[in-house]
Design a protein around this ligand. Structure first.
Ligand SMILES: Cc1cc2nc3c(=O)[nH]c(=O)nc-3n(C[C@H](O)[C@H](O)[C@H](O)COP(=O)(O)OP(=O)(O)OC[C@H]3O[C@@H](n4cnc5c(N)ncnc54)[C@H](O)[C@@H]3O)c2cc1C
Length: 668
């Protein structure tokens, strides 16, 4: 099947406007006769459900939690980007577009990214109108901070709880429609298959997780907003329930899956403490605004710290290696996530890791305490403040910015990060890959859409910080509500879709049989046994560093593990009760299939891109030699403006990246 991105013609800056001017619309009376299913009510699905219902469509929204308020989006800490240029520091739609494409290693679809940058400003206005309490500066205007990979401050935030506040906004908007009867909300329901009738997505099979009942639901279109699949690695910063099932089911029914192996490995997570851990915790990237990352310069100090003979605070400035500041003076500690993660791994692989497992570097706030403290002393007219006073004043400022994150760190690690530097290490965080969508956000199944983290497209091989919330809300509030109308305009006379068709019958039968298999199998190993084993293969062989030999072994190992799973998995309980293990069995079964595709995708990509370092590209001195292939297919930017391309090449050369120029059709 030839992929058609359906990107409108014309200059990139006019595409979205022109598109909106010419698409088919559904008039308000007709919208009342059209049903839309939205699977997932995180920021992407929640905003889409609320907006579609506000427009007049009948929405059926599904989530597996007991409330949309508990979607994984609630975990987002740092912020959301928008090209508002409130700081007057040179930001613009073009710059946000440019940074996002560059941050994604030139592997995103430029037309989508430009649209994303364009609507980013509307998102902030929408959320402020909903009452989202974004942080404000001293004058009462919305405040911004900076995130990795950019040279401006464009990140809007609500302390370290941005996702939670945005989700409350989307949830309120949804609730208004639930109260009006325009959204029918199905909490604790899991979509287990999509139903295709005459080549179009016309419904889903869902399981009521409380009663176990299998239900048929029909609609004129189905929207997948089910989030990311980082939990294929078992340990990740994702919510425990995050999974690939909805995306995988539509893939198995014919929707293409793109870039499965592009995973973001976030540089600032709390290091793993041992083998019995089931979750990793993110420390927001915003901390890199004020924290400096280092490891000891000398191996004796590393060993002394590990043995408890020295504390990090015993080391002088000269004894520390602020390796990001040393290697990347322009960006310093705010290099993009992939660069920061690889650099931390490189130092730890070289033996400089500072904790017992050798997998930790320091994130140190001492310099910020001093800088803010001196400023505060001046502001408050305190002459000759003592060192302790300066530190105290500085800590108050840091506390106001990130207090909840410091508290979370102390609770988990049992060390006070105001007194000793935090320890951090990269962890799986976000999946750039997902269900392939065209410019309309439609998958290759007509009538089936994918939005938010569940789709691919906007972030290429690596997502910049604070851009996932932006994308999810752009898709849900501002893009899908237009594009879906263009498709649904043909459905105004279709009438209700019946669930009494052979297609619904067959899909329900398949789902029921699989559930019965799990309950009746009476195997020897728990679902988690398999999930952990899969996670270890993924992390060891499909993680930050990859090589052909390891990937080939991973493919064999995953395939053997899947076989074992289907013979020996044990699921306790029954299918007619609330049964977490049963739900998890289905999710892990899908991870076991995705894992293999993931490794195959990684194997054929003979390049280092995003967070992934292909070991065959290692140079003699151990540095990563990365190969980049520009997408000249849609590279309007580079064609007309050779200066830009030259600039990229200089930057890439700095990172020892070999630039291969060729037409790169994959991301159309
Ligand atoms: C710790 C952490 C911090 C982050 N911080 C930031 C940040 O500061 N800024 C930023 O931009 N991004 C951040 N991100 C990324 C961002 O939070 C996510 O990418 C984004 O919230 C995903 O939103 P979503 O709506 O696509 O999916 P989710 O919020 O994951 O929602 C998925 C929804 O799908 C439902 N669902 C899934 N499968 C099924 C199924 N089979 N049937 C029924 N329902 C289903 C779930 O119930 C849920 O409602 C962070 C991520 C993590 C892990």
């Amino acid at each position: 099947m030839a992929l058609d991105s359906k990107v409108p013609k014309g200059p990139i800056k006019d595409k979205w406007t022109e598109y909106k001017n010419h698409i088919n619309l559904v008039n308000p009376a007709n919208k009342r006769h059209i049903d839309v299913i939205v699977v997932g009510t995180g920021l992407a699905g929640g905003s889409a459900s609320a907006t579609l219902a506000e427009l007049g469509y009948n929405v059926k929204a599904f989530c597996y939690q007991d409330s949309p308020r508990r979607a994984h989006s609630i975990a987002a800490q740092g912020g959301i980007n928008a090209a508002k240029n409130y700081q007057g520091d040179g930001d613009s739609t073009y710059r946000l577009f440019y940074d996002t494409v560059k941050g994604g290693d030139y592997r995103s679809r430029e037309a989508n990214v430009y649209r994303l940058a364009e609507v980013s400003a509307n998102i902030i206005d929408q959320c402020v109108a909903q009452g989202v309490p974004f942080a404000r500066d001293y004058g009462g205007l919305l405040d911004n901070r900076s995130f990795g990979g950019v040279l401006v401050s464009r990140t809007f935030y609500a302390k370290g709880q941005t996702g939670q506040q945005l989700l409350l906004g989307a949830y309120s908007a949804m609730n208004r429609q639930i109260a009006r009867g325009k959204i029918e909300m199905f909490n604790r329901h899991e979509m287990l298959d999509v139903v295709i009738v005459d080549g179009k997505a016309r419904g889903i099979i869902a399981r009521n997780l409380v009663t176990g009942e299998i239900e048929r639901h029909s609609a004129h279109a189905v929207v997948i907003a089910s989030g990311g699949y980082g939990n294929v690695y078992f340990l990740s910063t994702n919510a425990m329930g995050s999974n690939v099932t909805a995306g995988w089911k539509v893939h198995k029914k014919g929707a293409y899956f793109a870039n499965p192996c592009y995973t973001q490995i976030h540089p600032t997570c709390i290091p793993r403490s041992g083998d019995y851990q089931s979750k990793l915790t993110l420390m927001s990237e915003s901390l890199r605004n004020d924290g400096r990352i280092w490891v000891p310069k000398n191996m004796e100090d590393v060993l002394a710290i590990r043995e408890g003979k020295k504390k990090p605070t015993d080391l002088t400035e000269e004894q520390r290696d602020y390796y990001l500041e040393r290697r990347y003076p322009a960006f310093g500690n705010l290099v993009p996530r992939d660069v920061a993660s690889r650099a931390a791994k490189e130092r730890c692989d070289a033996g400089y890791g500072v904790n017992a497992t050798g997998e930790a570097v320091y994130l140190d706030f001492a310099a910020s305490f001093e800088r803010y403290g001196k400023e505060q002393a001046k502001i408050h007219n305190i002459s000759n403040p003592s060192e302790a006073k300066v530190k105290e004043l500085g800590q108050e400022i840091v506390k106001a910015k990130y207090g909840n994150l410091f508290q979370m760190y102390e609770k988990i690690v049992d060390e006070n990060p105001y007194e000793t530097p935090m320890m951090i290490y990269p962890a799986v965080h976000y999946t750039m890959g997902g269900v392939w969508v065209d410019y309309n956000l439609m998958t290759t199944i007509p009538g089936c859409y994918a939005i938010g983290e569940a789709n691919f497209s906007d972030h290429g091989a690596n997502r910049l910080g604070a851009s996932a919330l932006m994308q999810g809300l752009a898709d849900g509030y501002f893009v899908l509500p237009y594009t879906i109308g263009d498709y649904l305009a043909d459905d105004i006379r279709t009438g209700k879709i019946s669930t009494e068709s052979p297609e619904f019958e067959a899909a329900e039968k398949e789902v029921t049989e699989r559930i019965e298999f799990f309950i009746n199998n009476e195997g020897t190993h728990s679902v988690d046994y398999y999930h952990k084993k899969l996670g270890k293969i993924m992390w060891d062989k499909c993680g930050m560093s990859r090589n052909a030999e390891g990937l080939e072994i991973a493919i064999e190992e995953i395939s053997a593990l899947r076989k074992d799973f289907w013979q020996n998995v044990n699921v306790p309980g029954t299918s007619t009760e609330y049964n977490e293990q049963l739900a998890k069995a289905g999710r892990v079964a899908d991870f076991l299939e995705l894992g293999e595709l993931f490794a195959k995708d990684a194997l054929v990509r003979e390049e280092s891109a995003g967070g992934h370092f292909r070991e065959e590209h290692q140079t003699e001195d151990g540095e990563a030699k990365r190969v980049k292939e520009f997408q000249f297919v849609s590279a309007w930017e580079y064609k007309g403006e050779p200066k830009e391309a030259v600039l990229h090449k200089e930057e890439l050369a700095y990172e020892n990246i070999e630039v291969k120029e060729r037409s790169y059709k994959f991301n159309t």
